[in-house]
Structure formats: C-alpha cells, structure tokens
Ligand binder design. Structure first.
Ligand code: TYM
Length: 330
C-alpha cells in the first residue's frame, strides 16, 4: 500500500510563489508516489479576522489552483477542513494532552502576537498548532511536505502522536516533515530577512500566482538586492540575490549551481529581467489553466469526492482515539 502524504494551504490571502515553491510544487512531484491528501484549512484562517465572503471565495480559489497546477482531483483527495467535523473533535482531545509551555514556544505564535494587545490575540491562534496536529494525525499521514516555517508545527504533531501512543496505545502514525532542499523559505522581496507571505502588508513584497504580467515585472525589478554586484548564491551575505536565484532555478527546473553558472557574468539587473521573464511565462499559462478550471464544475466535483473519501477515514480514526481516551460509547 502507498504511504500517505498530507498538506494544506490556508485561504488567508492570495497564494504566493512562496506557497507554490514550498508546497504546491512539491505536492505535484510527490503525488504519483503517495496516497495524497490535500485540504484547505479554512478553520485555521479564522484565528485572525476574516471577511466571510472573501474566505468562501478563497477556499475555492485554492482548490482551483491545485487543479490548475496539475494535481489530479481524482487520484488525490482534496477537501475542506471545516466540512469534516472530526478535525475539531480530535483537536480537542489533543489539546487535553498538549502543554501550555510547548505551545508558548511556537515561533509563529510569538511572531504573530508580537506588539499585539491582549484583546487582539485570539485563543485559537494559541491552540492552532494542535488543530494542525489533528489535521495530520486524523489521516495517519506518514509525510507532510511544507516550507521551513511549518516544521516546528509538524514536530509538535510528532510529539503529540508519540505522547498519545505511549499513554493510550499505538493509535497514530508519527508523521515526518518533508522540507524542500531548495525554496523552503522564499523571501519577502522588500525585506529578504522575512519570508514571503500571503498576508504581507505591502503587496509589492510578494508575487501572487494571480499577478498580471505588468505587476510581476514591476515587483521583481523593485526587489531589494544586496551590496556588491556579483550574482552568486550566499544566503547570509546576499539573501536578496539568493532569493531571486532560487526562484529562477525552481521555475526553470535547474539546480542553483546551474543558475549561478548561467548568470556568471551578469549584473543584478540582468538577473531580475530573466527572473521576471520566467515568472511571466509560467504564471500566465498557470492563470489560463486556472480560468478554465474555474469555468468548469471541477472544483465542486473534486471537493465532494474528497470530502466523502476523507471523512470515512477521519471518522474511523477519531472513533478509535475517542474510545482509547474513554469518551462516549463503543
Ligand atoms: P500556509 O497556508 O501559511 O502555507 C502553505 C504552505 O506554503 C509554505 N510556505 C512557504 N514555503 C516557502 N517559502 C515561503 N515564503 C512560504 N510561505 C508559505 C508553508 O510552509 C506551507 O507548506 N498551518 C499551515 C497550514 C496547515 C497545514 C496543516 C499544513 C494547516 N494544517 C497540516 C500541513 C499539514 C499554514 O498556515 O500554511
């Protein structure tokens, strides 16, 4: 039997090339090898304020993007988290095994709550990594492909699985994160110390998968580079240039040394022009496929099929976990 692979993309903003490189591209590569579960963690998104109409729209957009990127909705299981109540149910059981201390140490929680007033921080933001653990453990996923920013959360899922198994008997598969060697952290174009994010305040800092040709070129040409003028990969001293080289190599399907060799005698301006070019080429054809998908009935068909398949597994795992803990009736 194929091993299971699972991952999710939050509908908390427009998808960026960071999401594409750190997650979608990996999934496209792995999908043939593994029994693949892809879901839209919409319950995660309401840990910060959301416009309900936009949230509904984005859930469908994410599914459309997966399909447009070449992920089959027939061979893989694509579904929406909130349509399977066992995610929240298992999350509660796991919350009752998780410690305040380990959740307080989550770097994403610390970053998202920095300089925030008490009333601006929702409890859900604190317990969110436990819900993420439930997302993974519910399907007994072996592998979880993500960017580097989610590694700590997958490690929590491992810890919670091991703790539960030790106390209540073997119940969950202990998942492993799969972090790409190249592109695990695509950086913000204006501040290369930060990761590129869907929810960045300045839209010029991120290239969105839906950006127009004009915007892609403007954003890349405006990207912050580093001192010096040699194009080479050095994430410590040249994070901006290294980021552009990474984007180039991923979209050209070549290695970083190959990209460095290509730009050996080039200036930063030449690098930017070619990065913009390869992005325009790839994203405009992706957008054409996306428009086709959104016109068809494929999104709903995929989601109905995915929900039915996933919920049967979720019900079974949740039932086992509930009984092991002593809840409800057999
Ligand atoms: P999210 O929605 O923030 O990001 C989705 C995926 O994209 C990756 N990613 C990046 N990779 C490289 N460079 C970047 N700049 C970049 N930005 C984002 C993320 O690592 C992620 O793989 N909590 C998760 C969603 C989630 C989930 C799960 C993932 C909920 N439950 C269970 C896996 C398994 C999140 O907020 O990802």
């Amino acid at each position: 039997m194929k091993k299971r692979l699972l991952t999710g993309l939050q509908p908390s903003g427009e998808l960026t090339i960071g999401n594409y490189i750190g997650s979608i591209k990996q999934v496209v590569n792995y999908a043939k090898e593994y029994d693949t579960f892809l879901f839209v963690p919409d319950m995660h998104s309401i840990t910060v304020p959301q416009d309900p109409v936009a949230l509904h729209r984005r859930v469908r957009e994410i599914v459309g993007m997966y399909l447009a990127c070449g992920v089959s909705g027939v061979e893989n299981h694509i579904y929406i988290q909130s349509e399977i109540p066992e995610h929240a149910n298992l999350s509660w059981i796991l919350e009752c095994t998780a410690y305040m201390g380990e959740l307080s140490r989550m770097t994403q929680y610390k970053a998202k709550t920095e300089n925030k007033k008490e009333k601006e921080i929702r409890c859900g933001l604190f317990t969110y990594p436990v819900l993420m653990a439930a997302d993974i453990l519910l399907y007994n996923a072996h592998y979880v492909p993500t960017g580097i920013d989610q590694k700590q959360h997958v490690e929590l899922a491992r810890n919670l699985a091991q703790r539960f198994n030790a106390k209540f008997g073997e119940t969950f598969v202990v998942p492993e994160p799969l972090i790409p060697q190249v592109g695990a952290k695509i950086r913000d174009l204006l501040d290369p110390e930060k990761k590129m994010s869907k929810s960045a305040e300045n839209p010029k800092a991120s290239v969105f998968l839906s950006d127009s040709e004009k915007d892609i070129r403007k954003k890349i040409m405006g990207a912050v580079t580093d001192s010096g003028d040699k194009v080479c990969f050095d994430e410590v001293n040249k994070p901006g240039v290294s980021n552009l080289l990474t984007i180039y190599s991923v979209f050209k399907n070549i290695t970083i040394p190959e990209a460095e060799a290509h730009f050996e005698n080039a200036r930063y301006g030449d690098l930017k022009k070619e990065v913009a070019e390869v992005l325009v080429e790839n994203l405009t054809s992706l957008q054409d496929r996306y428009a086709e998908v959104m016109k068809s009935g494929l999104v709903d068909e995929t989601l109905d099929r995915g929900r039915d398949y996933a919920s049967a597994i979720a019900r079974e795992t949740y039932r086992t976990a509930r009984l092991r803990v002593g809840l409800g009736r057999d």
